[in-house]
Design a protein around this ligand. Structure first.
Ligand SMILES: NC(=O)c1ccc[n+]([C@@H]2O[C@H](COP(=O)([O-])OP(=O)(O)OC[C@H]3O[C@@H](n4cnc5c(N)ncnc54)[C@H](O)[C@@H]3O)[C@@H](O)[C@H]2O)c1
Length: 385
């Protein structure tokens, strides 16, 4: 049986682990976090994504985890899936450290696929060159490397890792060929190959920068339409009746999560785009705009104890990374003396209350993000502000 080592057992790594196991591979997840390793080895998935949960019981015996990099000695394939984001900024130290460990155990002809979102030329600079220097392996001969940007969408109820088409670029024709065999034939994914690895790197960044620019444009328009008393959602619905040349984007208190703001920074690392810089600036100011609106409502209701119900990075998400609501709370706490607390039934680890009832009983006024709690108390939906 062929072996797949996945480095980084987070959101992406665990989706790939399940996919690999489902298509007959023996999977080893390598992660520096012993808690994650322990959980996987106990047979419990720590990422509660639909695709993982639906398949877990059938494949969990084919997945094991370790903190020990020597496990890659037996691997036929290695997928790198570590993060490049820390405290709202780019951080390549996990990737650099992974590559350093790889050089100690990597065997010739093992296929390395990086699914780490990276700036154009990043795979060559941060993965290929250091491995070549330390091991002497020749790129695209004994050292086979591809970049296959990950396009997963957390909480997605429609798409999953099996249904989302992939782009694949290799450091040369051998790598591209081996990479295509792995993704298209072994993992049965829909794969488009590109003839320059930088195209795969840049395409992923284009996808997310495109989203940020459009969301920021809508957010800027919203501020203007708010002044005119025009509901931007109705404007968007009207424009969306055009069957070509238009795509709807919606206002947001912050385009967050682990990818959109960070991938825009990755693109700016290599490309000087004034438009993207401005889109980032607008996005960073959004939480303050919403905080101002929220303060007006609090004053009008003469409330003192304010509850934020739901604080995922998008409405109803179970992931709080770069959450607009946490940013709004932070801004409100700097701007006012109101008592502000939060509760999300899906994110128990960061809640300020042990139960929903306790949270609702405490509050004078509730702002919701996604699903509403059942209560007679006054609630305001942040999506509609
Ligand atoms: N999360 C998403 O929705 C998503 C979607 C598309 C692309 N991506 C990209 O995929 C990559 C991985 O993102 P993620 O969300 O899975 O990250 P994550 O934070 O969920 O997981 C990263 C994992 O890597 C582990 N790790 C860190 N340093 C390590 C090291 N030196 N050795 C071994 N393990 C180490 C961490 O402990 C963690 O478990 C990023 O480049 C991200 O931009 C993420």
């Amino acid at each position: 049986m062929k072996e797949l080592s996945i480095i980084g057992g987070g959101f992406v790594g665990m989706n790939v682990a399940v996919l690999g196991a489902k298509y007959g591979l023996e999977v080893t997840v390598i992660d520096i976090n012993p808690k994650i390793v322990g959980q996987i080895n106990k047979g419990t998935p720590h990422i509660k994504e639909r695709y993982i949960l639906e398949n877990w019981d059938k494949i969990k015996n084919k997945i094991s985890a370790t903190t020990d990099y020597s496990a890659i000695k037996n691997a036929d394939y290695i997928v790198i899936a570590v993060q490049t984001l820390k405290n709202n900024d780019l951080d390549f130290t996990p990737l650099i450290s992974v590559v350093n460990e790889l050089t100690k155990y990597l065997q010739p002809y093992t296929l390395i696929s990086s699914e780490v979102t990276i700036f154009p030329t990043g795979t060559e600079k941060l993965i290929v060159n250091p491995i070549k220097e330390k091991t002497g392996l020749q790129p695209d001969k004994e050292l086979l490397v591809v970049h296959v940007p990950e396009r997963l969408n957390p909480d997605d109820m429609v798409h999953n890792i099996e249904t989302i088409p992939r782009i694949l670029g290799g450091i040369g024709p051998n790598s591209t060929h081996q990479g295509f065999e792995f993704y298209a034939q072994t993992l049965k994914l829909h794969v488009t190959t590109v003839d320059d690895i930088r195209i795969a790197e840049a395409a992923k960044l284009l996808e997310n920068a495109f989203r940020l620019i459009n969301i920021s444009f809508i957010n800027e328009l919203k501020q203007g339409f708010d002044k005119l008393g025009i509901d931007i959602r109705k404007v968007i619905s009207a424009a969306a009746t055009k069957p070509f040349g238009y795509m709807p984007f919606y206002p947001s208190p912050y385009a967050g999560g682990s990818c959109i703001p960070k991938d825009s920074l990755l693109l700016l690392k290599e490309i000087n785009s004034q438009m993207l810089k401005y889109a980032i600036e607008i996005n960073e100011k959004q939480p303050e705009y919403y905080a101002q609106k929220i303060i007006q409502i609090i004053r009008s209701q003469n409330a003192k104890k304010i509850l934020f119900y739901g604080y995922g990075f998008k409405p109803n998400s179970k992931y709080a990374i770069n959450s607009p609501i946490l940013k709004i709370i932070h801004t409100l706490k700097n701007m006012s003396n109101y008592e502000i607390k939060k509760y999300d039934p899906q994110i128990p680890e960061y809640n300020d209350f042990v139960s929903e009832m306790e949270a609702i009983d405490w509050a004078d006024l509730i702002f919701t993000w996604g699903n509403k709690p059942s209560t007679q108390k006054q609630t305001y939906s942040i999506e509609k502000l």
